[in-house]
Ligand binder design. Structure first.
Ligand SMILES: Cc1cc2nc3c(=O)[nH]c(=O)nc-3n(C[C@H](O)[C@H](O)[C@H](O)COP(=O)(O)O)c2cc1C
Length: 174
C-alpha cells in the first residue's frame, strides 16, 4: 500500500513534525509539506486553478492511503490545511471534469496530530473524518500526542506502535 503524508504546521520542526517523523521511520511514507506548494484559498470563480493544487493532487492520487498531519490550532487544523480541504470542491467539480474527486473513492485516510489537550478535540476530528467520508474515502485511525510542552517520543511510543499496526493492517486487508 502506497502512503502519502500531507503535512502542515506553523512550526515546520515542531511537535507535529516530530511525531510524524517518529511514526514515519516505520511507515516509510512520502511526505508532502504544504509549505512547499502554492495552494491558494478557494475561489468560487476558479481564478486560482493554475496554482499548485491540481499538480499536487496528480501526485497524491497515486497513493492508496493519505495521512493528514496537523497540530490542533483553535480546535481545528492549521489555516493552510483548512484551505487544502476547502479546495476539495475544486477536485469534485473541476479537476479533470470532476474525475480527480471520483478517484479518491476507495482510498483510506488517517490523521497524525498534536495538541495540548489530553484528548483530541471532537471538532478537529469531525472536520477531517466527515470530509474524507464525503469524498468516498474510509477513515481508519488517528495518532494523537498530547504535548503540554515539547513532544515526548517515549511517552507516545505505545500509541505510535498501535497506529502503525493499524495502518499496516489496512494494507494486509486490501
Ligand atoms: C495558534 C494555536 C492554537 C492552539 N489551539 C489549540 C487547541 O485548540 N487545542 C489544543 O489541544 N492545543 C492547541 N494548541 C497547542 C498546539 O496544538 C500544540 O502545542 C501542538 O503540539 C503544536 O504543534 P506544532 O509544534 O507542530 O505547532 C494551539 C497552539 C497554537 C500555537
Amino acid at each position: 500500500m502506497k502512503t502519502a503524508i500531507i503535512f502542515h504546521s506553523a512550526n515546520p520542526n515542531g511537535n507535529t513534525r516530530r511525531l510524524m517523523e517518529a511514526a514515519n521511520e516505520t511507515l516509510g511514507a512520502e511526505v508532502y509539506m504544504l509549505d512547499d506548494y502554492n495552494v491558494t484559498p478557494y475561489d468560487y470563480e476558479g481564478r486560482n486553478l493554475d496554482d499548485d493544487y491540481f499538480p499536487l493532487w496528480r501526485e497524491l492520487l497515486g497513493y492508496d492511503h493519505l495521512v493528514f498531519a496537523s497540530p490542533v490550532y483553535w480546535y481545528a487544523v492549521t489555516g493552510p490545511m483548512k484551505i487544502f480541504f476547502d479546495r476539495f470542491v475544486d477536485l469534485m467539480e473541476k479537476g479533470d471534469d470532476g474525475d480527480m474527486g471520483r478517484r479518491l473513492r476507495g482510498k483510506t485516510a488517517s490523521i497524525i496530530a498534536t495538541g495540548y489537550s489530553p484528548e483530541v478535540n471532537d471538532s478537529f476530528l469531525d472536520m477531517i473524518v466527515e470530509s474524507v467520508k464525503y469524498l468516498g474515502m474510509s477513515y481508519e485511525s488517528i495518532l494523537y500526542a498530547c504535548c503540554e510542552d515539547t513532544f515526548d517520543e517515549r511517552a507516545a511510543s505505545a500509541d505510535i506502535q498501535k497506529y502503525i499496526a493499524h495502518v499496516r493492517a489496512i494494507s494486509v486487508s486490501e
